[in-house]
Ligand binder design. Sequence first.
Ligand code: CP
Length: 316
Amino acid sequence: MSFYGCSLLSTQKFSLEKVTQLFSLTKTIESALINNSLEFSAQWQELLQQKVAMLVFFEPSTRTSLSFQMACERIRLPYINFPAFEQSSLIKGESFEDTLFNVAAMKPDLIILRSSKGNEVTDFLEELKIPVVNAGSGVDGHPTQALLDAYTIQKRLGSVEGQKVLIVGDVTHSRVASSNLDLLRLLGAEVAICGPEEMMPKNEPKWQEIKSFNNLETALEWATVCMGLRVQLERHNNKNGITTKEYSQNYCLNPEKLKILSPNGLIMHPGPFVRDVDFSAELLHDPRCAVHAQVTHGVYIRAAILVSILVEGMAS
Ligand code: CP
């Protein structure tokens, strides 16, 4: 697996070596941006200024969309945002595929794509002949989120290897959980899930290989890292499942429940969270909480990904 000139669609093709190289570049970019020294990028700037990234978000986003735009600004990479649904020809009935063929026909150097389509469009995306970065695909994957999550764990706890990462909530509908499971295990963490039975994935073999808890207290005694998830009501077909009230009583991460997690543990959430349904905003004041650090790291990771894909020899 290489980054240069390639699409980044899934965590399943990552290698330990390439992720380590990407984290090293991310650290360099982070230090340079914190120290406000842009010399680090002098060798790339001329090249990047001649390129254009196209951000195509067919689903709503705050963190991923803005952090990719921020990353582009930081590395001086020109970018164009695809218009909102009502302003695009999607509203006239143009399909997902035809829309992307037309985007690709404008010859951007890279497409950053969020959509409700999952792995079923992987072959089609390869037909575009332009590197595509997956910025969230249906319930199947969110590889850049997994990378920033792993980078955050490494920064805050020293290493991903040996951590016991508990993912709490609507795992069935979470592309973040799926990508995190792949990547965190590659990096040597043990991963477990916790939530009501109807939110625990049943089919894919990779979920059968890991611990699954229904009781949050027991799970938190086991964990060193606790990662909450939003209940993705927009993806639920079954309206007869657990109520929001029952869910929040049993699984909302809050200061009372998190007393069980080790004082050296880490509290995470990819966002967005719904206050007092899946996450209590009081936890943002807990020194173990990394929620806003995750967002900050998203800019660095995404900058490193863009540079690695567009500049030869960076992490490839
Ligand atoms: N974590 C995440 O993907 O957030 P957004 O949907 O706001 O991009």
